[in-house]
Design a binder for this molecule. Sequence first.
Ligand code: NAP
Length: 297
Amino acid sequence: MHDNDCRSSFDVSVLGLGSMGTIMVHALLKQGKRVAIWNRSPGKADALVAAGAHLCESPQAALAASPVAILVLLDDAAAQQVLAADGVTAALAGRTIVNFTTNSEEQSAAQQALVNRAGGRYVKGMIIAYPRNVGRAESYCLYTGEQDAFEQHQPLLQALAGQTLFLPWGEALAFAAMLHAHMFTAMVTFYESVGASRHFGMSLPKTARLLVDASRFFVADALEDAARRFETEDFTGDQATIDVHAYAFEEIAYAMKAVGASSPVFDAACQVIQRAQAMGFGEQDISAASRVFGPAS
Ligand code: NAP
């Protein structure tokens, strides 16, 4: 489907058909939504048009086509360029913009002001998923901005990720920072451990598979137990104390160094445990190491 003016009514428009935008359009189509699309390089729309999306020739036409428009562009500069295009201001009136483009609080505030001045509403979206997991019931999407606009479009947005969470601005950005710090560090420490396999003379792919399988329950359980302990403030050393961990950490660090493996992330973890001991938490549960990063409240 293709026309020049996109005056017909659609459920949602998606502007930006990179890795993330493309998969979002597929997820919306899969839920039976009528989707209008626009991309700077129109060739990227071919497969989506074949799948049932409606290609618009300008950002203005795409915005006018639906009550809600999803922006998923490379960066804030790209989003600014698109919002400054001819006729866009007029097309924003009465529309809700859900901006998934990564940007800062200041950049989002400026965009919200621009959209509000034009008579539109603004929601900031942060998808906690790689494109392969967009549309899954387990995936999370974090939203902030204008809550009434979010609530109005929540059923549609649920097509992108089954779990949606709306938080006020400050909390949403703080939570996004903490969540990504946790996730990305977990990924990097996995790469570090797997990278050591060649120093131990083991196959990297085989080690990676074994590590994933053997740690899945262990890690999920340890995090779940820590969350429970933070809720109940129970740091009793009834499972494995920080002192017990400190000894194991030393042995592991020694084994890594003995074969010449580089382990800066694990070395940093050792320092946290040593610091927790120095602070007097040696006989408490490993989760008490969180106190190294500040008092519990
Ligand atoms: P991408 O594959 O590089 O796609 C970038 C999109 O932005 C393309 O549609 C590109 O159009 C468009 N674009 C770039 N500069 C533009 C400009 N000046 N004017 C108009 N359009 C422009 O990126 P992506 O992975 O889809 O990511 C998109 C956004 O989602 C980013 O802000 C990213 O941080 C965020 N995000 C991505 C992921 C992820 O896993 N990929 C996860 C969470 C959040 P052309 O096709 O014409 O180049």
